[in-house]
Ligand binder design. Structure first.
Ligand SMILES: C[S@@+](CC[C@H](N)C(=O)[O-])C[C@H]1O[C@@H](n2cnc3c(N)ncnc32)[C@H](O)[C@@H]1O
Length: 305
């Protein structure tokens, strides 16, 4: 398949480009429209407030949001903290948003409230190499810098190969502060033990059309041409066509995205095994319901020592 560049000409837009669902400014906006008002900020905000209240060091609590996307979690947490405490304790927390997709980070920048800019660092990189990223290490290159790691919204499903998962847990063990640090790893209930009926229910049965809020005349049309569970991996294809409605009523395709992706099923046993192998322990499991369809199970990890 030909893979056109990021800003297709009219000619290129006639052919689907291989996409990751996140790799254009339109897809970054579409993600936000798709996720809507996912109801997890209050939970993370409460967990962060507990951590801040326990912090006895002079340093801020450092929060790492892995797969931060457009920064939904970090922006939500910073606003909640601002509402509770005003500007006086803003320096109590520093947020690091990590993503391997620059378009998502560009949107995270764009959506950053001027009042919170100094509290946030956006980092391009992979969850599988966190321990070697300078922004996530002490200035002398040692680990154990991060107080709170969040991998929200079931995003661990992106790590669908066994060794990807193992590498990610090893990286958590490197960057997480020993003893007091906590990592919150969300797994969608639809993608954990026995979740096949729910996962199928999440698959749209007919095209979903969503108007852009940001780009005048743009609308998104999504279909799922394929969705199949093979072993513990969903083989899914999302087709997201970005079109523009012109002043004369004509519709032109601006970007034709075909995302053939693999999505991993993570069971409690998988999390426990990867955690133990990396020298981490599961200290708690929180069940959280975002809406009628999207429940998640949050594994709370700490270091063994
Ligand atoms: C489902 S979105 C979640 C975005 C945001 N955390 C939220 O809760 O709304 C998953 C994000 O993870 C990112 N991602 C996927 N694999 C990654 C990896 N290996 N390392 C870093 N980020 C990754 C994607 O680019 C995407 O922005």
């Amino acid at each position: 398949m030909t893979v056109p560049n990021d800003t297709p000409t009219d000619n290129q837009s006639a052919h689907p480009r291989q996409s990751t669902c996140y790799n254009s400014k339109y897809l970054a906006e579409y993600y936000d429209l798709w996720i809507g008002n996912w109801d997890d900020i209050q939970l993370y905000s409460r967990l962060l407030a507990d951590m801040v209240s326990r912090n006895t060091s002079a340093n801020p609590v450092r929060v790492l949001d892995v797969g931060t996307g457009s920064g939904r979690i970090i922006h939500g947490l910073a606003s909640a903290q601002h509402q509770k405490q005003g500007t006086k304790r803003q320096s109590a927390v520093h947020f690091l948003g990590l993503d391997n997709e620059q378009h998502m980070l560009d949107r995270a920048h764009l959506l950053t409230d001027a009042a919170h800019v100094d509290q946030m660092t956006w980092v391009l990189g992979s969850a599988e190499e966190m321990g070697s990223l300078p922004a996530l290490q002490h200035s002398d290159g040692s680990g154990g810098l991060i107080d709170m790691i969040v991998f929200a919204c079931g995003s661990i499903c992106h790590l669908y190969e066994a060794d990807q998962g193992s590498r990610f847990f090893e990286q958590i063990a490197k960057v997480l502060k020993p003893a007091t640090g906590r990592a919150y790893i969300s797994v969608l209930k639809a993608l954990t033990d026995g979740g096949e009926p729910l996962a199928r229910a999440m698959e749209p049965s007919e095209p979903v059309v969503t108007p852009s809020k940001e780009f005048p005349g743009i609308f998104y049309k999504e279909t799922w041409p394929a969705h199949e569970l093979i072993g513990k991996v969903w083989h899914t294809t999302r087709h997201i066509v970005v079109s523009e409605r012109l002043a004369d009523g004509q519709e032109v395709v601006v970007e034709d995205n075909l995302d053939s992706r693999k999505v991993g099923v993570w069971t409690e046993a998988d999390v426990r095994a990867r955690a133990a192998a990396a020298g981490l322990k599961v200290v708690d499991i929180l069940d959280h319901q975002n809406d009628s369809t999207h429940g998640e199970r949050m594994f709370v990890l700490g270091t063994l020592a």
